[in-house]
Design a protein around this ligand. Structure first.
Ligand code: MOS
Length: 687
C-alpha cells in the first residue's frame, strides 16, 4: 500500500468550509443565545471612580450590565490578565472593565457605549525605550530558556577581531490578525461550563479556566472543531473567554455569545512586543566568526510578563569562538504581549541575519559562503549533536533554484528601467519540539477506525494530515479512518503552537495505533479499543532538534518613488519528512508572506499619549494582500531524521516567517545600497 504520509490529499474539511457547514465558534447553533459586548477602559492607568449603568440598563433588550461592582468573584488570582472585573484598578488602556449582555449583539454594543465611566487617572508609563535605567532581567525567558548565556570572552574577542559589525536593529510592535477574531459561546449547564471557543488548544483553555471558576478541569468542556487562524494569539486563553464565562454565569442558564471586534483584538489578544537588538560580530578576514554577541530589549506588560526568547536563535545558528546573549525588558502600563508566529525566533533572526549580511559586506565575502564557513559541527551552546541540520543543503539548493551564481554582489549594480533590482539571502531555523502529555485513542467500530485526540486544526490542515499519520500507523487507507479532534473531552492534546502540534499529536497517534495492532492485530473485533499517553522520549534529549531553511528574495525598488516590490522568493527547508506536501507548502507560503509583511507592511502605531494602538483595524494596519506577493517558490530537501519523532517530521508552522524579513531587507540593501536597520521598511527610508 502506498503510504499516506507524503501524499497530498486535499483538505477533508474543505468542502464543508466552502459550503459554510463547518461551524466556527460563533456559528454553533444554540437556540435563544444572549449576546455580550465588552466595556473597555479608556485610560492607561488609574482607578475607576464611578460607573453609571442606568441608561444602558433601561434599554430594550438589555439583560444585564456587569462591572467590578456586581461581577461574580473569580476563585483564583494568579493571572492578572485574566483576573478581570474583580477590583477598580485599570492597568492598561483597553482593559476589560465591564460587559453588557443583551438579546441581540446590536443592542449589547449600543448599550455598552452608553455606560459612563469616570476615572481617577494616574500618569501611565507607556514609553518603550531601550535606554531606560529600569530594565530588568527575568529569571528565565519564555520557553524556560536561560535569560543570558556566555561562552568565552566576547569583549576581548571583539577587540581583537580584524573585522567587526556593531549595529542596532529594531522591530515594530505587531499584532496577530487571524481571519476569525477571538470568539466564545459560554454555556453553563448542570455539568459545568461548556465553551465553544476559537482557540489553539481546548485542553489549555480547560486547564486555565477551571481554577478561575472553582471547577475541576473535567467540568469545563471546550469545543473547537474549526478555527480561523490564531498565529499564537489563541495559544493561551485571553480575558475575553473569562468575560464570556463570567457573564454567562451571571445571566443564568442561557448560552452567551461574545465575539471580539477586530479593534478589540489590538488590546486584548496579545501582540509581538517591539524589540531593540544590538548585534556585534567579530571575524577573521577569512570569515571565521570569533565573537557573536546578541542583546535584546523588549517591553512587557506590568499585568503579565511575556519575556520573549529573542536571542536564543544566536545560540544555535553559527560556530563562533566566543558568544554572549542577553534579554532585558521594560515593564510598562501596556496591554499584555504574547505569542505571535515564531515568538523570539522571528524578531531575533531578523536582526541576526541582517547582521550576517552586513558582515559579509564588510568582509567582501558572499553571504552564503560566510554562513557555510561558520556552520557548527554540534549545537554551539549545548554541545549536543544536531539530530539533522539541513542549513547548508538548503542554502546550496536555494542558490541553484534562485540563480544566485549570476549575482553581482555590488549594491545598485542592476537596473531595469526605473527599477533598481537586488537580491538577498537569509537563513531560517525553528525548534523541532514534541510535547509530552498527549494521549490518543483508537477504537474499531463498524469496520472503521475512530482515532481521537484533542488536537486542533487552526486552518493548517490537521483534519487531513493527522488522518494520514493514523492511516499509515494502522496500516489502512485513509478512507477507513474517522478522526475526532478539537474537543477537550477527547484524550489530551497539547496546544497547536510552537510548531509542535503535528509532531506531538502524531507521536501519540502512532503510539496508540502500534499498541492497538499489538493487542488486536489487523483484523480487530468490533469495539476493540486502546488509549496511549506519550511521555518524554529520553533518547531525544541527546540531540539538538531544529528545522532549518534558507530564503532568497528578489526586490525591485522604484528609483523615483522608492516603491518596493517583491516579485520573487525562493525558500528551501530542511524539516524532516513532509506529511502532506500540499498543506505544508501552504504553511510555508503563509509564513513567508507574513515575513514580507513584517519587512514592509505590518506596524502597530502606538500613541504614547493615550497608551493605545491607533491603527487598530485592517484599514490602518497593513498586511500583505495578493497584489503585494509575487512568486513564492517553496521546496524542501530530502531529510530523514529518525530522532525527532516516529514520523520523522519537524514542525513547519513557523519557520517560514523566520528570517524572511531579513532576506527582504538584505535584498533592499543590495538593490539600493541603503541599509535600513528597522522593520517595517518604509519608502521614506530609501529616499
Ligand atoms: Mo505559535 S506563535 O507558537 O501559536
Amino acid at each position: 500500500m502506498t503510504p499516506a504520509i507524503g501524499s497530498s490529499p486535499t483538505r477533508v474539511d474543505g468542502p464543508a468550509k466552502l459550503r459554510g457547514r463547518a461551524p466556527y465558534a460563533m456559528e454553533h447553533p444554540l437556540l435563544d443565545a444572549l449576546h455580550a459586548f465588552p466595556i473597555q477602559a479608556t485610560i492607561a492607568r488609574g482607578r475607576i471612580g464611578a460607573i453609571d449603568t442606568r441608561e444602558a440598563e433601561t434599554m430594550d433588550g438589555v439583560v444585564a450590565v456587569l462591572t467590578h461592582l456586581n461581577a461574580p468573584r473569580l476563585a483564583a488570582d494568579d493571572d492578572n490578565e485574566l483576573f478581570i472585573l474583580q477590583n477598580d484598578e485599570v492597568a492598561f488602556r483597553g482593559q476589560l472593565i465591564g460587559v453588557v449582555v443583551a438579546t441581540s449583539p446590536e443592542v449589547a454594543r449600543e448599550a455598552a457605549a452608553r455606560v459612563r465611566v469616570s476615572y481617577d487617572e494616574i500618569p501611565a508609563d507607556v514609553v518603550f525605550d531601550a535606554d531606560r535605567d529600569d530594565l530588568y532581567a527575568p529569571e528565565d525567558v519564555s520557553g524556560g530558556f536561560a535569560t543570558d548565556t556566555t561562552i568565552g570572552d566576547v569583549e576581548k574577542a571583539l577587540d581583537l577581531a580584524p573585522v567587526t559589525v556593531d549595529q542596532t536593529y529594531t522591530t515594530a510592535m505587531v499584532h496577530n490578525n487571524p481571519m476569525e477574531p477571538h470568539a466564545t459561546i459560554a454555556h453553563w449547564t448542570e455539568d459545568g461550563l461548556v465553551l465553544y471557543d476559537s482557540t489553539q488548544g481546548p485542553h489549555v483553555v480547560r486547564s486555565t479556566l477551571a481554577p478561575l471558576f472553582g471547577l475541576e478541569p473535567e467540568q469545563v468542556h471546550v469545543i473547537a472543531p474549526y478555527v480561523g487562524g490564531g498565529f499564537g494569539s489563541k495559544g493561551e486563553p485571553h480575558a475575553n473567554i473569562v468575560l464570556a464565562a463570567m457573564a454567562a454565569r451571571f445571566t443564568g442558564g442561557k448560552p452567551l455569545k461574545l465575539a471580539l471586534t477586530r479593534q478589540q483584538l489590538f488590546s486584548l489578544a496579545g501582540y509581538r512586543t517591539p524589540s531593540v537588538q544590538r548585534i556585534r560580530l567579530g571575524a577573521h578576514h577569512d570569515g571565521t566568526l570569533t565573537a557573536l554577541s546578541h542583546d535584546v530589549v523588549q517591553q512587557v506588560s506590568k499585568v503579565k510578563e511575556f519575556a520573549e526568547q529573542t536571542t536564543i536563535v544566536s545560540r544555535v545558528m553559527y560556530a563562533s569562538g566566543t558568544r554572549a546573549t542577553t534579554h532585558r525588558f521594560a515593564a510598562l502600563d501596556v496591554p499584555v504581549s504574547s505569542w505571535m508566529r515564531a515568538p523570539g525566533h522571528c524578531p531575533g533572526m531578523y536582526a541576526a541575519e541582517t547582521a550576517m549580511d552586513e558582515l559579509a559586506v564588510e568582509l567582501g565575502m558572499d553571504p552564503i559562503a560566510l554562513r557555510i564557513h561558520n556552520e557548527p559541527e554540534v549545537d554551539p551552546e549545548s554541545g549536543r549533536p544536531f539530530s539533522s541540520r539541513g542549513l547548508v543543503e538548503c542554502l546550496r539548493t536555494g542558490a541553484r533554484r534562485f540563480g544566485w551564481a549570476d549575482r553581482d554582489p555590488e549594491p545598485r549594480s542592476r537596473r531595469d528601467g526605473r527599477w533598481l533590482v537586488g537580491s538577498g539571502v537569509a537563513a531560517a531555523t525553528y525548534p523541532a519540539d514534541v510535547n509530552p502529555g498527549n494521549s490518543a485513542r483508537v477504537r474499531f467500530t463498524g469496520g472503521r477506525y475512530e482515532v481521537a485526540i484533542d488536537a486542533m486544526d487552526i486552518g493548517t490542515g490537521t483534519w487531513t494530515t493527522l488522518g494520514q499519520i493514523a492511516a499509515d500507523a494502522l496500516g489502512v487507507t485513509g478512507d477507513r479512518i474517522d478522526l475526532r479532534i478539537g474537543d477537550s473531552r477527547l484524550p489530551a492534546g497539547t496546544v497547536a503552537g510552537g510548531s509542535s502540534g503535528m509532531a506531538s499529536w502524531g507521536s501519540a497517534v502512532v503510539a496508540a495505533a502500534e499498541d492497538f495492532r499489538r493487542r488486536y492485530g489487523d483484523d480487530p473485533a468490533d469495539g476493540a479499543e486502546t488509549t496511549v499517553e506519550t511521555s518524554k522520549d529520553p533518547a531525544r534529549e541527546n540531540f539538538s532538534t531544529h528545522a532549518f531553511g534558507a530564503h532568497f528574495v528578489e526586490v525591485r525598488v522604484d528609483t523615483d518613488t522608492a516603491e518596493i516590490r517583491v516579485p520573487r522568493v525562493v525558500s528551501v527547508f530542511g524539516a524532516g519528512r513532509i506529511i502532506n506536501p500540499r498543506t505544508a507548502r501552504s504553511q510555508f507560503i503563509g509564513g513567508i508572506t507574513m515575513g514580507i509583511g513584517m519587512a514592509l507592511h505590518e506596524e502597530s502605531v502606538f500613541d504614547t499619549r493615550f497608551g493605545e494602538v491607533v491603527n487598530h483595524d485592517l484599514a490602518g494596519y497593513h498586511v500583505p494582500v495578493n497584489a503585494d506577493i509575487g512568486e513564492i517558490d517553496v521546496s524542501w530537501i530530502d531529510e530523514h531524521d529518525p530522532h525527532v519523532n516516529p514520523m520523522g517530521a519537524k514542525g513547519i508552522g513557523e519557520i517560514g516567517i523566520v528570517g524572511s524579513a531579513a532576506a527582504v531587507g538584505n535584498a533592499i540593501y543590495h538593490a539600493t545600497g541603503v541599509r535600513v536597520r528597522h522593520v517595517p521598511i518604509h519608502l521614506e527610508d530609501l529616499l
